[in-house]
Design a protein around this ligand. Sequence first.
Ligand code: ADP
Length: 319
Amino acid sequence: MKKIGVLTSGGDAPGMNAAIRAVVRKAIYHEIDVYGIMNGYQGLINGNIEKMEIGSVGDIIHRGGTVLRSARCDEFKTDEGQEKGIAQLKKFGIEGLIVIGGDGSFHGAQSLTDKGYPCIGIPGTIDNDIAGTDFTIGFDTALNTIIEAIDKIRDTATSHERTYVIEVMGRNAGDLALWAGLADGAESILIPEKSDSFEEVVNRLKRGHERGKKHSIIVLAEGVGSGFSFGERIEKATNLETRVTVLGHIQRGGSPTAQDRVLASRLGAQAVDILLAGKVGRMVGIENNKLVDHDLYDVMSHEHHINSDMYKLSKELSI
Ligand code: ADP
């Protein structure tokens, strides 16, 4: 292989830039030309493709978002759209593609691989909801953003003796809520993977209040339901003043943490190495701090599991 491409797709995540930088620099290190595809699969179909140099990725390692931008593209879900993409890649002489994104983006990469075009996936999503890797790029930064926000909310919660329900991202995955809840000493953590009974949440709040607790924090993943309606139910059931904060898109932004920059650098470089070694249709990941790669089909057909020991621990520590 003499020319490879890289794109970011789906929801952006802090650390994607560090991954792009690693792909570009590692390719150039191997004396391979590397092309950046703008706006995800939409840009691929449109031929929005530019050659990247060492300097193209200078001064981006610390920036959130993605300099290649991202987009959602329904046309790419069709055979026709994928053929158009492959035709553009061939036009530029690009022989392999690295896709940084989440589950949806990997479906795109798998479809190209099935059509004979070699792709490698890098897991980039704040949700940490991908099988075959302990962590995805962006998770650690989003987690730290949540913790910083909850710490601030805790100050006002204590001053006013309130219960706070904090809704965080995670439609199908509870990792952000679980880790943030444990890191912030939340009274209850509500995640899609585990069903805590409403009575249990209420009883824990009441017990804390009777013990003279000045505030309570409940962390709820968006996939469980609306934080606002949950807050209303809690206030009715406990008679404790309850406020709701939906953290929303601030969770996606910001400068990536050291953890995310290092992870992104390692995964980006590894993706180039395995692509040049002739592997196709694989996702690079990290397991027990070792770089690994898995078949994309396997990754997409398995669920990422939350750490049940951590969930149990969160309960034991918030008695
Ligand atoms: P994420 O990668 O973060 O999960 P999406 O689910 O929005 O984000 O997927 C990103 C893009 O990947 C979509 O806009 C589409 O272009 C492409 N994609 C998603 N699903 C498929 C599919 N089944 N086949 C081909 N391409 C897909």
